[in-house]
Design a protein around this ligand. Structure first.
Ligand code: BGC
Length: 742
């Protein structure tokens, strides 16, 4: 970062700009304690409250997104400037799948599009930390060049239940997978000299009543599962900021919770950065500040007043106030805006689209591939009957703050065409007309309205039969979208709708009668019920919400340009009722009455439950097929200082090039009914291995990952005895085992 920005821009937006800059200490030139001593109480309080509604009437709750038009239109917020001390406003913008700003600005024809990368769930399915870091690097560069200082990402809450509306923004049901990839994302973004905001800290695992829900959870489960990805990210990647979540945790709002923000985050994990609220989060500004929440975003006039009164009447000490001021100033000093970086408003959308496509393809998970249906042999199957509205209207990402204003989205139809396939024009026209008509009839959606997607189109048997006669194969896409503010439903969402079921059934029957194959693509924000229909198609590919290059990335997998190597970052259960939190997750019908959610299933979330209690699943955690096969051998387990090193040799024993994910699960020595049978403690991915090629893979497991939280003693302890290590290809597919006495 070496370009300089005109000082004018820096100092324009402030409320305390009138005093002369002469003889004042200047941020960056004078020590921070001198700046703090020179600040008035008004200035200090103002710095703690984002510049949210300065010119908004009190009656209008400032829009969550896009309100702050002043510096970077479409950013989520800015802080206040104090020009006399050379303190600029800094800019904060979403989010996890790419930078979210307005693509157009008044007074110019220039556009400000950002790259829509695959959502976090898709990135998690790559199990590839260097790749996630490279995506982070590209997002960080767009953040920097569009003049944003802090990206409000990544989000790393545990996927407790498949219906959580924001799961697509999150990484996994497993804390090690989530923590490691979140760290990689933070490192990638921050290497550009911009900051991140690790969110939503903590236990924000549902959208229903998200600003009031009280999570009731034991200290043991909280530490072992829900806080773990945050702890790993804090310790291994040092995000510049953390965003406290909306919900309460054991009776206290997360943003007012000193156990979370002070004892755990700062004292135990050693975090030195700043904590900000989620937008309008929490209720008591004084309590928030005392608990260690430094910045209130986007900032309301009434919060300023409450804090000011509290300082005046002694309820908020200047010591606490200065503590937050100091953290905010330390953050500002690091930002591109303070360092007068002359951002270009130009980003390399072409190169970043390539990164997006590569990551999207690597995140796709092949669930089924009978009789080598895939990859497609173009000489035999060049004519495709493309069914399902989502084939033509491919979903790139979720809604809400996790959405990205991209320049385009490549649909599956376009992706297949560019890959040299032909699809039936008549069928395409039918879909296009239907999609246009139905979409036009939808009511205009407000930012926080539930996502409405048009229903699947019904097709006559005759039409399907005709397609089966003239096309070489069928591809059906099933689409699901979700987003902020609302959780998903069971009917017509987790479960396929009747029209979708009929479509799969009729297409499979008609094509199979002609000896032709059917592939189902799941363009989904998350988990779907599959066991009732998965026997019918020949192949099933989970494409997730794969970003703006989604259609091209699916084509890369279908043609075999990329061998699938994605693995599920969460379990796909047989029925929704099998989900361990099904009985205490709010469902449609009683949504508004929920004021607390008891995490009764304890640590038995996801595979920790299914694996321990031998509950059959549709597709297990860590599962995913390849076009090739891998053999495992030569296991070695060694302890080197405070790390256990697990090495093994992977050989590509099939006849296509591909990558393998090596997953190391651990069983603990002492039998304890609170412990799952085994838990993921490390993983690694090979390079692309050619047929016959081998690679020795080493997985490093820090001893701290093998400690258990002792609730009575209030600390982590390393159990003594023999640990069993399972080197697997999914949680259910064990390839090598070994023991080690610690
Ligand atoms: C979301 C955050 C987001 C913020 C700012 C909130 O509604 O929960 O994830 O960063 O808005 O847009």
């Amino acid at each position: 970062m070496n370009k300089k920005l005109s000082i004018l821009t820096v100092c324009t937006f402030g409320v305390f700009g009138s005093m002369s800059a002469q003889h004042q200490p200047q941020l960056g030139k004078s020590p921070i304690n001198e700046i703090i001593s020179a600040m008035t109480i008004d200035e200090k309080v103002a710095l703690l409250v984002g510049f949210g509604d300065e010119d908004t009437p009190d009656s209008i709750p400032s829009a969550t997104i896009g309100f702050t038009k002043k510096i970077v239109p479409g950013a989520a917020g800015i802080t206040r400037a104090i020009p006399r001390l050379d303190i600029p406003s800094i800019v904060l913008a979403d989010g996890p799948a790419g930078l979210r700003i307005d693509p157009r600005r008044p007074g110019t024809d220039s556009t400000f599009y950002c790259t829509h990368f695959p959502v976090a769930t898709s990135l998690a399915s790559t199990w590839n930390a260097p790749l996630v870091k490279s995506v982070g690097n590209a997002i960080g560069n767009e953040t920097l060049e569009y003049g944003v200082d802090i990206l409000l990402a990544p989000a790393t809450n545990i996927m407790r239940n498949p219906l959580c509306g924001r799961n697509f923004e999150y990484y996994s049901e497993d804390p090690i997978l989530a923590g490691k990839l979140t760290s990689a994302m933070i490192q990638g973004i921050q290497q550009n000299g911009v900051g991140t905001s690790l969110k939503h800290f903590a236990l924000n695992n549902q959208e229903t009543n998200r600003t009031g829900n009280n999570v009731l959870v034991s200290p043991y489960v909280m530490r072992e599962l829900y806080l773990k990805p945050f702890e790993i990210a804090i310790r291994e990647s040092t995000p510049w900021t953390v965003m406290s979540s909306y919900n309460k945790v054991n009776g206290e709002y997360a943003s007012e919770n000193s156990l979370l923000l002070d004892s755990i985050l700062r004292r135990q994990w050693g975090y030195k950065g700043l904590v900000m609220t989620d937008w309008f989060g929490g209720q008591d500004a004084v309590k928030q500040t005392i608990a260690g929440n430094d910045l209130l975003m986007p900032g309301l006039k009434k919060q300023y007043k409450v804090l000011k009164d509290a300082v005046d009447n002694g309820k908020l000490s200047t010591h606490i106030l200065d503590r937050s001021v100091q953290r905010i100033l330390e953050l500002i000093i690091k930002t591109p805006r303070f360092q007068q970086y002359d951002y270009t408003n130009t980003v390399d959308l072409v190169a970043n689209a390539r990164t997006s496509r590569m990551a999207a393809a690597e995140g796709m998970v092949l669930l089924k591939n009978d009789n080598l249906t895939l990859p497609l042999d173009k000489s035999q199957t060049s004519r495709i009957a493309l069914f399902g509205i989502s084939s033509y209207d491919f979903i790139p990402g979720g809604t809400g703050s996790g959405d990205v204003n991209r320049a385009y989205t490549i649909s599956l139809a376009e992706g297949l065409k560019q890959a040299g396939f032909q699809w039936n024009e008549k069928l395409a026209e039918l879909y296009d007309t239907y999609i246009k008509k139905e979409t036009d009839a939808l009511p205009e959606r407000q930012f926080d309205d539930p996502v409405q997607r048009i229903a699947e189109m019904e097709l006559s048997d005759t039409l399907i039969q005709a397609q089966a006669s003239c096309q070489d194969m069928a591809v059906i896409t099933i689409g699901r979208i979700s987003g902020e503010f609302h959780d998903r439903n069971i009917t017509d969402d987790f479960l396929l709708s009747q029209t979708e079921q009929k479509l799969i059934e009729n297409v499979c029957t008609a094509f199979h009668q002609k000896g032709k194959k059917v592939t189902v693509i799941l363009n989904t924000c998350g988990v779907l019920e599959t066991s009732s229909w998965k026997e019918q198609p020949d192949a099933i590919l989970v494409a997730w919400l794969a970003g703006q290059e989604g259609g091209n990335a699916v084509a890369d997998i279908l043609t075999g340009t990329v061998t699938p190597s994605g693995k599920l970052p969460m379990t796909w259960p047989v029925n929704y009722e099998d989900v361990p939190s099904a009985s205490n997750f709010p469902l449609a019908g009683h949504k508004e009455s929920i004021d607390s959610t008891r995490y009764e299933e304890g640590l038995f979330v996801g595979y920790r439950y299914y694996d321990t209690f031998d509950k059959p699943v549709s597709y297990p955690f860590g599962y995913g097929l390849s076009y090739t096969t891998f053999d495992y051998g030569n296991l070695s387990i060694e302890k080197k200082e405070d790390v256990v090193e697990i090495s093994c040799r992977i050989i590509n024993s099939g006849n296509k090039a591909g990558k393998e994910v090596v997953q190391v699960y651990v069983s603990f020595p002492d039998k304890n009914e609170d412990y799952p049978t085994k838990e993921l403690k490390g993983f690694a991915k090979t390079q692309i291995l050619q047929p016959g090629e081998t690679e020795t893979v080493t997985v490093h497991i820090p001893l701290s990952y093998l400690k258990r939280y002792d609730e009575t003693a209030g600390c982590w302890k390393l159990p003594q005895g023999t640990f069993r290590f399972f080197v697997n290809s999914s949680v259910e597919d064990c390839r090598l085992t070994g023991k080690y006495n610690l």
